[in-house]
Design a protein around this ligand. Structure first.
Ligand code: ADP
Ligand code: ADP
Length: 227
């Protein structure tokens, strides 16, 4: 059975209906890209999965349980983590302190040293900078630290909202390489990406959004031939 199945998802912000009937399916081990125009509902989908928004209708079945409307804390406990939006880190704290505080905030404050060591294994550059203030890192490194913070809960499913936003092509490629590395170690990933070519470079499949709905589902290779 799929790791995640979303059925008929509706989400509103007050009177604005952002999602009207989204269906999607994610198998364990995949890297799924959500693509489509700005405002189409991609970020809203991630927020609903991670418990930041309550759907008005529909189901989010994760490993057999409907988690639609479950609180964000409990969703983290079930193995889903979202990298903080807008690359949110604490600039006046060190890399290490950002990771440790990240663990504390998601109530995974046991074995912090072991969890930090895991993140450092996946990303040696963070280890080299562990005493450096986060605000002095490059944009790409700050993005990796934000993702590292999400990894502190040792999620099975990682949600990333535009991990390449504002990065140079070279830095974006490094972040995507990092995403592939995380996926190789067994983490399933759903990412929102504006740039179709970036999305194709990292994902196995893509869902295409248009005004609050999924209008197509494609193998990443197929999208290149038929954009
Ligand atoms: P995308 O991620 O595809 O750019 P979003 O999920 O951010 O799209 O937005 C979907 C729709 O919901 C848009 O119409 C957007 O303006 C609206 N929206 C997003 N966030 C909010 C919010 N915090 N308050 C009100 N409306 C929002
Ligand atoms: P995203 O697509 O990642 O949500 P945006 O640039 O569309 O990024 O939105 C930036 C911020 O503004 C987000 O926190 C989003 O929730 C909020 N936002 C987006 N659209 C609206 C809206 N129509 N009304 C209020 N807040 C919004």
């Amino acid at each position: 059975s799929p790791m995640l199945q979303i059925r008929d998802l509706h989400v509103s912000y007050g009177k604005t209906q952002a999602l009207h009937g989204v269906d999607l399916l994610v198998q364990q081990g995949e890297v799924i890209a959500l693509i489509g125009a700005n405002g189409a509902g991609k970020s809203t989908t991630l927020r609903a999965i991670s418990g930041l928004l309550k759907p008005t209708q529909g189901q989010i079945i994760y490993q057999g349980n409907n988690i639609a409307g479950v609180s964000a804390d409990r969703i983290v406990a079930q193995g889903i983590a979202q990298s903080p939006e807008e690359r949110h880190i604490w600039p006046t704290m060190t890399v290490y302190e950002n990771l440790a505080l990240g663990a504390y905030l998601c109530k995974k404050d046991t074995e912090v040293e072991r969890r930090v060591a895991l993140v450092y294994d996946r990303f040696p550059r963070l280890k080299e900078r562990h005493r450096q203030l986060a605000g002095t890192l490059s944009g790409g490194e700050q993005q990796m630290l934000a993702i590292g913070r999400a990894l502190m809960s040792e999620p099975s499913l990682l949600l990333l909202d535009e991990p390449s936003l504002g990065l140079s092509p070279r830095m974006a490629e490094e972040v995507f390489e990092f995403v592939r590395e995380i996926n190789t170690h067994g983490v399933t990933v759903i990412l929102v990406e504006q740039n179709v070519y970036n999305a194709l470079s990292v994902s196995t499949r893509a869902y295409v959004y248009e005004t609050g709905k999924v209008v197509a589902e494609r193998e990443a290779a197929g999208l290149l031939d038929d954009p």
